[in-house]
Design a protein around this ligand. Sequence first.
Ligand code: TXA
Ligand code: MG
Length: 333
Amino acid sequence: MAVHRPIDPTTREAAIAAAVAALAAGRLVGLPTETVYGLGADATDGRAVAAIYAAKGRPRFNPLIAHVADLAAAEAHGIFDAVARRLAAAFWPGPLTLVVPKRAESAICDLASAGLDTIGLRVPADAVTRAILARFGRPVAAPSANRSGRVSPTTAADVVEELGDSVAEMIDTGATPVGVESTIVALIDGTPRLLRPGGIPRAAIEAVIGGPLADPPSRDADDDALGVAVAAPGMLTSHYAPNARVRLDATEVAPGEALLTFAGARPTGSERAGRILDLSPSGDLGEAAARLFRALRELDGEGFASIAVAPIPEDGLGEAIVDRLRRAAAPRP
Ligand code: TXA
Ligand code: MG
């Protein structure tokens, strides 16, 4: 069972030391980031990384993001072109993952990168996690700390509930401020590609690269060009799934259904809803992103069989919010 370590000035040092010791011992650590909580392990230790896949029930073809303390550490494992460096300078530490060619000499184990010749790297913004990364000195592989296919965790309690038995140390810095996962950009073939919308809006990235982000290569024809099996292997269609059925762009609410809405919108029949949860009554997409996964968990906890989701604008952070909701609504395997 995880040792729960809520962080305050009096507990911080001991918690950092405990996390570093656990990582060095090949154990799993629950780590806060600004996006969602991660399930961390030493990325250079194949056995530790195997424990991540086992704990999550994650398919081994789905690579993990390696978390590092800064750009210099990232460049030890990946090959950064000028655009990649510019993006790192603009957004790290922060919710951006860069997928770049993996250095042959990188110590990151093949299992962490799922045998690909590319690697996803990111410098997270949580101060305690960055201190852990700096002190550990090795990259930390960390997927979101949820069972594969389920809703990502935004609090330490979420992690303990789902994976508490697998985690040696649970570092708790409170609810994650961004609430959706990092934006993933691939810089492999000279064309910057958006693999996953996330905590940094597309437009902010495009402003830095000075042009539009391309789509991921299609899953068949172009795969060989990138040398990857699928564009973002984790972007399997059904994902982020609560127990409840999720209905998007609802213009009508059925009696007893939960309504997940935005900016005060009330579709027809809202008065019959079993519960109305507005992600941001004031229409702030940042607030909505921060509350999204908590909201899905809450409605699940209340036992709703169906969640009607009112239309949510797809600009800015809305692109990531709608992406997650689409996956939550996708047919389940
Ligand atoms: O915000 C985040 O990114 C969180 C926190 C914990 O850092 N992490 C996260 O990890 O969301 P995960 O494993 O849940 O999602 C990582 C995604 C997966 O879809 C995976 O397929 C993709 O990144 N990915 C990782 N390495 C890749 C690579 N080399 N090429 C393409 N996609 C990659
Ligand atoms: Mg995930």
